[in-house]
Design a protein around this ligand. Structure first.
Ligand SMILES: C[S@@+](CC[C@H](N)C(=O)[O-])C[C@H]1O[C@@H](n2cnc3c(N)ncnc32)[C@H](O)[C@@H]1O
Length: 231
């Protein structure tokens, strides 16, 4: 358990667009989640006089690459430690198409950490030495390329945040939901609420029957299979 006054989890995001994360701190999103979310702009810490954070790739080719010295300077300024040591204190995670896939298992693993750091790339991505020297992990949101790491970072914060104490009205929802071990990695049964009939489509009779055993059997029969292997 964290000490009194200390959040259950502390998440720092490094990005060129820290204001994008403001909405995640607003009341009503993950209502009472015990989450301390901060966002830092690489540009505020760049040691380069023109305020630049990127440079052209060695070897030529299109696009720009996020510089390792800029990322290191931002990490050192925020944590007051040599940039290569920060990953020994907390996971430092690069959002990258080359990372391991963000699955329910990875979310559960991250939610157990007291603090994580997320590094959002832009342009062609990071100088490889960010991965080698500064990061302890890399996570991919899915097999497609986004313009930046911010949306993957938000997905991590959202998925991890809803597993923290106070985030959900009923913590039991977490154990019996899609992709969970309880459902063997499969998806949840369909939900219905009032009205009982809408545009000719009725709620299945069994859900109105009051027969808890029959409802449980119907729900089990209507769970979806685990997603297949990604091609
Ligand atoms: C335009 S992408 C770079 C793509 C890179 N040139 C490639 O082909 O793999 C810029 C940044 O967006 C983020 N990004 C893009 N797609 C992502 C994904 N599927 N998962 C996680 N991060 C992603 C990463 O932070 C990446 O550094």
């Amino acid at each position: 358990m964290p000490a009194a006054g200390v959040a259950a989890m502390q998440v720092d995001v490094f990005t060129l667009f820290p204001e994008w994360f403001d909405w995640m701190r607003r009341p009503r999103h993950l209502t009472n989640a015990d989450l301390d979310l901060r966002a830092f702009n690489y540009r505020d810490y760049t040691p380069l006089s023109a305020g630049q954070v990127d440079d052209s790739p060695y070897g030529g080719g299109p696009g720009m690459v996020v510089r390792v010295d800029v990322v290191a300077a931002a990490l050192e300024a925020v944590y007051g430690l040599p940039a290569t040591r920060i990953r020994t204190q907390r996971p430092v995670i690069v959002l990258s198409p080359r990372g391991r896939m963000l699955t329910d298992g990875v979310v559960r693993e991250l939610a157990d950490a007291p603090a994580i750091t997320l590094l959002c790339g832009r342009y062609e991505g990071f100088d490889e030495r960010v991965h080698v020297l500064l990061a302890s992990d890399a996570i991919c949101m899915g097999p497609y390329v986004l313009a930046g790491g911010e949306i993957p970072a938000m997905a991590v914060v959202d998925a991890v945040g809803r597993r923290l104490p106070g985030a959900l009205g009923n913590q039991a929802s977490l154990e019996h939901e899609s992709f969970s071990p309880t459902l063997a990695g499969g998806t949840e049964y369909p939900h219905y609420t009032r009205p009982a009939e809408f545009l000719g489509e009725s709620v299945p009779d069994v859900l109105l029957s009051g027969d808890h055993g029959a409802v449980a059997r119907w729900r089990e029969a209507h769970q979806g299979p685990a997603p297949g292997r990604m091609s």
